[in-house]
Ligand binder design. Structure first.
Ligand SMILES: [Ca+2]
Ligand SMILES: [Ca+2]
Length: 142
């Protein structure tokens, strides 16, 4: 497991300069099985044409990415498995991403920039060859 997993936050602008964090209530804080993940990139767009903004979150490998459909009531539903995103991203680590209409057909597409964190590679290889702690490995990689 990636050593720096943490819940996602969603800050809603309530006006008058006040933001409220509702990630847990909005069902975007943890994976569907209740685990924190390593969010590496995020973008929003209306991917399903209902005029409400949806979210896409890229994570590291083994965590699947999330494509959160807006339920129009300050909650979201992760559609990763029903859209094919989950199966396609299970073994990938991605960073930057951007929704845009690539082929100008009116339907939002998205681009993902690939990558694998070097700290993860170093931690994995060091862990297999020594008894270093995760903290030592992260310090070394910094
Ligand atoms: Ca939408
Ligand atoms: Ca398109």
């Amino acid at each position: 497991m990636w050593p720096t997993t943490v819940q996602n936050f969603l800050f809603v602008n309530r006006g008058n300069g006040k933001f409220e964090e509702i990630g847990l209530m909005a069902e975007v804080a943890y994976s569907e099985d209740g685990r924190p993940r390593s969010g590496m990139g995020v973008d929003s767009a209306n991917f399903n044409g209902d005029s409400w903004s949806d979210l896409f979150v890229a994570n590291v490998d083994q965590e699947k990415f999330s494509i959160y459909q807006n339920n129009k009531d300050e909650t979201f539903r992760d559609q990763a498995m029903t859209t094919g995103v989950g199966q396609a991203t299970l073994l990938l680590s991605r960073w930057g991403l951007k929704f845009f209409d690539f082929d100008n057909d009116g339907a939002m597409d998205f681009f993902l920039a690939n990558g694998l964190p070097t700290t993860w590679l170093r931690s994995t290889s060091k862990s297999e060859s020594s008894n270093s702690t995760a903290s030592e490995l992260l310090t070394e990689a910094a």
